[in-house]
Design a protein around this ligand. Structure first.
Ligand SMILES: *[C@@H]1O[C@H](CO)[C@@H](O)[C@H](O)[C@H]1NC(C)=O
Ligand SMILES: *[C@@H]1O[C@H](CO)[C@@H](O)[C@H](O)[C@H]1NC(C)=O
Ligand SMILES: *[C@@H]1O[C@H](CO)[C@@H](O)[C@H](O)[C@H]1NC(C)=O
Ligand SMILES: *[C@@H]1O[C@H](CO)[C@@H](O)[C@H](O)[C@H]1NC(C)=O
Ligand SMILES: *[C@@H]1O[C@H](CO)[C@@H](O)[C@H](O)[C@H]1NC(C)=O
Ligand SMILES: *[C@@H]1O[C@H](CO)[C@@H](O)[C@H](O)[C@H]1NC(C)=O
Ligand SMILES: *[C@@H]1O[C@H](CO)[C@@H](O)[C@H](O)[C@H]1NC(C)=O
Ligand SMILES: *[C@@H]1O[C@H](CO)[C@@H](O)[C@H](O)[C@H]1NC(C)=O
Ligand SMILES: *[C@@H]1O[C@H](CO)[C@@H](O)[C@H](O)[C@H]1NC(C)=O
Ligand SMILES: *[C@@H]1O[C@H](CO)[C@@H](O)[C@H](O)[C@H]1NC(C)=O
Ligand SMILES: *[C@@H]1O[C@H](CO)[C@@H](O)[C@H](O)[C@H]1NC(C)=O
Ligand SMILES: *[C@@H]1O[C@H](CO)[C@@H](O)[C@H](O)[C@H]1NC(C)=O
Length: 756
């Protein structure tokens, strides 16, 4: 269980990160198109520079995205010279026509870098990041002394970081990170005294003897060295302290705990700090609490973001309570096993509590109540306390925090949270799952003013009574109340309310019952599994928008045929109707469900043949059709001359058992008229890689099912096969989270729209 929860959160983070990356990417693409437009105009580009670019292109072996496809030679001469400023990635000076900027980032180009680039003598901006250039950094770069920006990040460069980089002295921006360099990072970088941004991250094979050279870079504002070891740089704090303009310092996973400790706590004078660091990222460095005092010299009241995740810190010293500018403090995954009261007391000992907007202390061992002194954090918007050992109650003051949008206290051992003030909260998202609110009152007074839009109160031992106060959350759109042993029979009124307002409902694993009336809704996700619901499922007719992605009605007593409209929900990714009393045939239109990943229809009374259109569901990763009355062949695709396996043959025979009339691969049961059927050779994955011949991955299965005798079935590259329930549940969880995130985006969009 704990594992799943960890996973869930990880997925949340990963997904948000993913979305964030998409945004970043979108903005990059945007920038590029601007640059292309900048090239417009009637000025001409310089012929020698055009030749230099063409020569550069001639060295490129791979251009998978056709990034350089606009760089063409075969044009009329006049046109050509006017156009090279419009080539993708190229920017010219609009007066002189000289090329000033070459931005080929994210081109995925592979090959050598032509030295012809030295002929671009007016180039100030060379960005080759996110490509696959390899070998040592070419020597000619050292003579491009006019460059102000040089970005070689995220390539496959090897060898030493060359000393000649130190002679490109006009550089403001230097990116060398995420390459395969080895050797010592040269102190010649200290010659680049105009640098404002320096990126040396993920150089895990490089050695840094000391950082003295860094103190030369007095204009440095941004420094990233994540994943590059500073284990020998024992004076790093002094050096950083000397960089008076530094505002962003990221030293995640830099082995900082290995560094000899040159400070003694008593000699530290807090009023003499003067760094101007705004964002300080020191996660994953094995820091323990006795190392805090190194950090103090770097921390001033200019600091806004402090990340100390994945360390071994056990307390938060009072010093951090006195940072009037701190807005984000993150200390996830550490070893704090103190009372949260004491922690909040230290943090509110000065002015920190007035400014702090986001506090993340998940994955520690904090104990006690979420205490009254939370009240001092009057700017707090996000409070993450997931996965701690809080074991008493949630203070009423939490509900009255004026700015709080988001509260996550899931996976603790909290015993009570209900308060008359919950009706006044400004919170939009509330995560309470995995606590034990046993015996909390089911009826509390709720005002009509609660703003809560999402509530997850699953696995909280709420039953057997239904918590009626939930019905009063007028703005609720996402509800998860799964796994609470609640016994309740829903009335029509109830469904009317929920289906009109919610887009994501999880009522699974309770003792809910009743039938579902024909009420309209625009759901993304509906999970009613493991309850006692009964009757037909005509409510599907009333679903608007076609955005239903997740429908789990399994383990109930639903009956009847599946309304045809279900097969038209194109967005559907999970459809689980298992363990009910559904009957009827699967229609051809099931082939509309091209996004379906999970299809479970087992333990019902479905009958008839499996439609060939099932092969349209190419995303299918989990299939369960067992214990029904299906008959006929498991469909194969009738290719040009011979029948070919579809993904339906890639599932274990077990997925089909209990259908007396079903035959053909992957089942070992012959269909009438079949030749002797050899045991199917399936489940072979492509693994092993290397030089496997294409033919080895095609295997022929002899004399198989019922297409005129003598035919063979070709099964190639058989893919997924799920072994074990755990794998399935992990997969399902993951998918649920994605659907959840889409629902979140939907809500956010709607919220934005309603402001306009
Ligand atoms: C030329 O470039 C300068 C600076 O880049 C810009 O301010 C100016 O508007 C441009 N002129 C034309 C005609 O595009
Ligand atoms: C630079 O341009 C000149 C004249 O076109 C050419 O002779 C020379 O080879 C070029 N240099 C490089 C390194 O390509
Ligand atoms: C570049 O490095 C990446 C990651 O280390 C690797 O996957 C890729 O195959 C390399 N490409 C080349 C051309 O060496
Ligand atoms: C650095 O890498 C190069 C090849 O990329 C190799 O020849 C050299 O031996 C390596 N040097 C060290 C010190 O590992
Ligand atoms: C670079 O710095 C080194 C010492 O760090 C110095 O000897 C050398 O002259 C400098 N080179 C240039 C080109 O400034
Ligand atoms: C610092 O910069 C000066 C030039 O401004 C240079 O002479 C000196 O060698 C540099 N020091 C280091 C350690 O690179
Ligand atoms: C701390 O530093 C401040 C300013 O630099 C100075 O005025 C004060 O005397 C110092 N205190 C101690 C105890 O050194
Ligand atoms: C912190 O780590 C250092 C070095 O590993 C060790 O000497 C010190 O005792 C540790 N302090 C605590 C409080 O664990
Ligand atoms: C509070 O701060 C004091 C002084 O910095 C420290 O000794 C103590 O351990 C801190 N307590 C907690 C719970 O962080
Ligand atoms: C509920 O949502 C509506 C529309 O988004 C909004 O105008 C209203 O203020 C919200 N109610 C509360 C109590 O937040
Ligand atoms: C299969 O999918 C395609 C679109 O990918 C669709 O045009 C076609 O109608 C589908 N076939 C069936 C039988 O639903
Ligand atoms: C989320 O929405 C996007 C775009 O609306 C869609 O491409 C994607 O498939 C959706 N993902 C899930 C898991 O529903």
């Amino acid at each position: 269980m704990a594992n799943t929860i960890f996973h869930k959160h990880f997925v949340h983070h990963a997904a948000f990160f993913f979305i964030h990356s998409l945004l970043v990417l979108a903005s990059l693409i945007d920038t590029k198109s601007h640059q292309a437009r900048d090239g417009d105009g009637d000025f001409k580009c310089i012929e020698m520079e055009r030749q230099a670019l063409l020569h550069f292109k001639s060295y490129i072996r791979q251009d998978p995205q056709g990034y350089l496809s606009t760089w063409t030679q075969h044009e009329k001469r006049e046109e050509a010279t006017s156009k090279c400023c419009e080539w993708s990635g190229v920017t010219c000076n609009n007066q002189t026509g000289h090329i000033t900027s070459l931005d080929l980032s994210n081109g995925l180009l592979e090959g050598k870098i032509s030295p012809s680039l030295v002929n671009l003598t007016y180039l100030t901006h060379l960005d080759l990041s996110w490509n696959h250039f390899h070998g040592p950094i070419p020597m000619f770069i050292g003579s491009m002394t006019q460059l102000r920006l040089l970005n070689l990040k995220d390539n496959n460069f090897t060898g030493n970081i060359p000393l000649f980089i130190g002679s490109v002295t006009q550089l403001r921006y230097l990116g060398l990170g995420s390459n395969d360099f080895n050797g010592t990072i040269p102190m010649e970088l200290g010659n680049l005294t105009k640098l404002q941004e320096l990126y040396l991250e993920s150089l895990s094979n490089c050695i840094i003897e000391n950082l003295n050279w860094l103190s030369n870079l007095s204009h440095l504002e941004i420094l990233y060295m994540d994943g590059t070891s500073l284990a020998k740089a024992n004076n790093w704090v002094n050096v950083i302290q000397s960089l008076k303009k530094l505002s962003v310092l990221s030293l995640i996973e830099c082995d900082l705990s290995h560094v000899m400790n040159p400070y003694s706590y008593s000699s530290f004078n807090s009023s003499s700090t003067s760094t101007s660091i705004i964002s300080l990222y020191l996660a994953d460095n094995n820091l323990n609490s006795s190392m805090y005092h190194w950090l103090f010299p770097l921390i001033s009241d200019k600091l806004k973001d402090l990340y100390l995740d994945y360390n071994k810190l056990v307390v938060i010293p009072k010093y951090l309570g006195n940072l009037c500018g701190l807005t984000y403090l993150s200390i996830n995954y550490n070893s704090m096993s103190v009372k949260i009261y004491d922690l909040l007391a230290n943090l509110s000992s000065g002015c920190t509590s007035v400014a702090l907007e986001k506090l993340d202390v998940s994955y520690n061992q904090l104990t006690g109540s979420l205490s009254d002194n939370i009240q001092k954090f009057s700017s707090l918007k996000y409070l993450h306390l997931h996965n701690n050992e809080l074991n008493e109650s949630i203070s009423e003051n939490v509900w009255r925090l004026p700015k709080l949008d988001y509260l996550d206290v899931s996976s603790n051992s909290l015993k009570s949270f209900i308060s008359k003030y919950i009706g006044e909260t400004k919170i939009l998202e509330l995560y309470l799952s995995n606590n034990s609110f046993e015996g909390s009152p089911s009826n509390i007074h709720m005002s009509d003013h609660s703003s809560i839009e999402m509530i997850d109160i699953s696995s909280c031992k709420l039953g057997p009574h239904f918590p009626n106060w939930i019905l009063k959350l007028k703005n609720l759109t996402v509800l998860n109340i799964a796994n609470n042993r609640i016994s309740y029979t829903f009335s029509i009124k109830f469904w009317n309310l929920w289906f009109s307002q919610l887009i994501d409902i999880d009522l699974s694993s309770n003792n809910f019952s009743g039938s579902i009336p024909n009420v309209s809704s625009s759901l993304f996700k509906l999970d009613l599994s493991h309850n006692n619901f009964y009757g037909q499922i005509f409510f599907l007719f009333q679903m608007t928008g076609g955005s239903l992605s997740f429908l789990d009605l399994s383990n109930n007593s639903f009956v009847g045929e599946i309304p045809d409209c279900l097969w038209h929900f194109k967005e559907l990714q999970v459809l689980d109707l298992g363990h009910n009393n559904f009957f009827g045939r699967l229609p051809i239109s099931i082939g509309n469900l091209i996004n379906l990943q999970v299809l479970r229809l087992d333990n019902n009374k479905f009958s008839g043949e499996l439609p060939l259109s099932l092969q349209n569901c190419t995303q299918l990763k989990f299939l369960e059709l067992g214990v029904n009355k299906f008959s006929g062949y498991v469909p194969v695709w009738i290719g040009e001359r011979i029948p070919v396996c579809t993904q339906l043959q890639s599932f274990e025979p077990l997925r089909y058992v209990g259908n007396v009339g079903l035959c053909g691969l992957p089942l070992t049961k012959y269909c009438p008229g079949d030749k002797e059927l050899e045991a199917p050779i399936i489940g072979q994955n492509e693994g092993g890689g290397g030089g496997v011949d294409e033919l080895d991955r095609l295997f022929l299965i002899g004399g198989a099912s019922g297409f005129a005798t003598g035919f063979w079935i070709v099964c190639c590259g058989l893919h997924v096969n799920w072994h074990g329930r755990n794998e399935f549940f992990r997969f399902l969880d993951n998918l649920k989270d994605w659907v959840y995130i889409n629902a979140t985006l939907f809500i956010a969009r709607r919220r934005r729209a309603s402001y306009v």
